[in-house]
Design a protein around this ligand. Structure first.
Ligand SMILES: Nc1ncnc2c1ncn2[C@@H]1O[C@H](COP(=O)(O)OP(=O)(O)OP(=O)(O)O)[C@@H](O)[C@H]1O
Length: 268
């Protein structure tokens, strides 16, 4: 029988990978996230869009544990994780990237990926990471190389992260998050600021990660990317759900068009 912390699942219908229940985050008098509820089906890519200040990053911060919600709950694979700290959520399989890259510029590309594996490391491993060697370090290093190859960054492994171009730095941020071997990956604007000619590289990586079985929640302003990558999309405004559904339906929704683009059509 399910414990009080786990949600009931009926036979044949697995718990959502992520479920947010009546989540509210208040800053002073401002409801940045306002009684928001939604679910993300396992193995899918869910897009979250909304105008500037709609509450998308605050929502990600509450899901990943960086911000404590004022009320409501967050479930991961049917388990209530609302009270857990970010590293505990990461150890349970929830990983994220940041809109403003959280890389170590003076460390190598490879080392940045290896740091991302810390939720899986044994105690003391990180402090001995550079120079002590050992079986565990070599295993993580081999995995980090495999991840870099998957993301097309293997030739940059020895370079400083500071020397990467912007698109490669965005990819490295994804590789760092993937090093924790997440089942659910939150991507905060992975395409933002990336030149048009590099955007498809990142889109391909997102699809490849998802094809490997990782559930993805994608916050992104780039409509072309959101519309083509996501099975369904949640639109929020003032921290509340404005619309939810298939990309084509959301793009036609008059309320979405009005609130999100001030009257312009949402182009796929
Ligand atoms: N730490 C904070 N303290 C006070 N207000 C905050 C804080 N973080 C966010 N806010 C406010 O909460 C609201 C939601 O902000 P948030 O950054 O989550 O929106 P967003 O949808 O991610 O915006 P953008 O698309 O511009 O990144 C905004 O009004 C913002 O000013």
């Amino acid at each position: 029988m399910a414990s009080p912390e786990t949600s009931a699942t009926t036979a044949g219908s697995p718990a959502p990978a992520i479920e947010v229940r009546a989540l509210t985050v208040t800053f002073g008098g401002l409801q940045a996230v306002d009684k928001l509820s939604f679910a993300v089906a396992p193995g899918t890519i869910k897009g979250i869009i909304g105008p500037n200040g709609a509450g998308k990053t605050t929502l990600f911060n509450a899901i990943s544990g960086i911000t404590s919600p004022t009320s409501g709950s967050v479930m991961l694979d049917g388990t209530d994780i609302t009270a857990l700290r970010p590293h505990q959520r990461a150890a349970l399989g929830l990983s994220r990237t940041f809109q403003n890259l959280q890389l170590f510029p003076q460390m190598s590309v490879l080392e940045n990926v290896m740091v991302g594996a810390h939720p899986r490391m044994s105690a003391g491993w990180l402090s001995g990471m550079f120079g002590l060697g050992g079986v565990e370090e070599r295993a993580f290093e081999a995995e980090a190389y495999r991840l870099l190859a998957l993301l097309g960054l293997e030739t940059r492994a020895g370079d400083l992260a500071a020397d990467l171009g912007f698109a490669d730095a965005k990819l490295l941020e994804i590789a760092r998050a993937m090093a924790a071997k997440p089942r659910v990956l939150l991507l905060d604007e992975p395409i933002a600021g990336v030149p048009l000619e590099d955007q498809n590289r990142i889109l391909k990586v997102i699809r490849a990660i998802n094809a490997d079985g990782v559930t993805i929640v994608l916050v992104e302003h780039n409509m072309r990317v959101v519309m083509s990558a996501c099975a369904d999309i949640l639109v929020i405004n003032y921290g509340k759900r404005l619309a939810e559904g298939k990309p084509a339906d959301v793009a036609r929704n008059p309320e979405v068009i009005r609130a999100y683009l001030g009257g312009e059509a949402v182009h796929a």
